[in-house]
Design a protein around this ligand. Structure first.
Ligand code: GUN
Length: 288
């Protein structure tokens, strides 16, 4: 039996606080005649994407942000999708454009993302935004890593000089996460599927971020006692239950603090999308 139990970091509670703050700022902007607007483009029938998009739209409405969801059929041509994005780029009532990923395989994800105007790229995926983040002058930070930084800040985790290990090197989470942790003064190790002896890396981590998409792959023996463990995984098990990338029950006895799944990183991702959309609208207001 383990006598210690990790503190559980509630993404739900912090997301609620962020959303209330966003709602107040949206109200102030709307009173000045500028209502923030987000357009989400969803191509195809991926069931998980439909759920994510619906949750994003509901969160927008609750915060007073105008949200439009454009659903396109699976067979939509690249030409039609790029034309739609160009039209949204020049629509003044649209502050943020989000194309839900993954896209059907006949569409070139890079080409699609690079067509979004960097000033409306609330996902922060455009190469221009990735470059700004890398050089320390971010415009939009990708929502999931941005939300994780907010959680670490709210937990008053000192990142200066800390050993941070990120498992998973995707453009959406792992790579921008590494950049944000580095900017905060952490020594960052970014692991990928080829990493030799992953456990040797993760065991060094004061802050461990798991973003792989494989249920329960981070086990208790891979965690340094007292570490802060951030679980980005949202994996649907055959039983229908959701599981993170971390064996939560096992990790509870070793970690100092841990995010649950669900109710951890997920709600923060949506909250930061609202922040990014609001800030795009605030920049529009400053120019008008
Ligand atoms: N698919 C999974 N996560 C994301 C995200 O943060 N943004 C977009 N556009 N698609 C995703």
């Amino acid at each position: 039996m383990c006598s210690t139990s990790a503190r559980i970091i509630s993404g739900n509670a912090l997301a609620q606080t962020v959303r209330e703050d966003v709602a107040l700022r949206v109200q102030a902007l709307t009173q000045r005649g500028i209502r923030p607007g987000l357009t989400v483009v969803l191509v195809g029938d991926d069931p998980a994407s439909h759920v994510y998009v619906r949750n994003k739209a509901i969160a927008c409405e609750k915060a007073g942000i105008k949200s439009d969801v454009i659903r396109l059929e699976e067979q939509t041509s690249e030409h039609d999708l790029l034309s739609l994005i160009s039209r949204l780029n020049s629509d003044e009532t649209v502050d943020g454009i989000l194309v839900q990923l993954p896209l059907p395989s006949h569409l070139d994800e890079h080409k699609v993302i690079e067509t979004i105007s960097p000033s409306k790229d609330v996902d922060g995926f455009h190469i221009s935004n990735a470059g700004l983040l890398m050089t320390g002058k971010p415009l939009f930070r990708p929502c999931t890593p941005y939300g994780i930084m907010k959680m670490l800040e709210s937990e008053q985790i000192n990142l200066r000089g800390a050993e941070a290990v990120v498992v998973g090197a995707s453009n959406i989470v792992g790579k921008p996460m590494a950049m944000l942790l580095l900017a905060a003064g952490a020594t960052v190790t970014l692991c990928n599927s080829k990493t030799r002896d992953l456990a040797a890396q993760t065991r060094r981590a004061d802050v461990l971020v798991a973003a792989v998409g494989r249920p329960n792959m981070i086990t208790a023996d891979m965690i340094k006692p007292g570490a802060v463990v951030i679980d980005v995984g949202i994996n649907r098990l055959e039983t229908g239950k959701l599981a993170g990338d971390v064996d939560f029950a096992g990790a509870l006895g070793v970690a100092g603090a841990i995010t649950p799944v669900p109710g951890g990183v997920g709600p923060m991702t949506i909250a930061m999308l609202l922040v990014n959309t609001l800030e795009a609208a605030e920049r529009r207001a400053a120019q008008s």
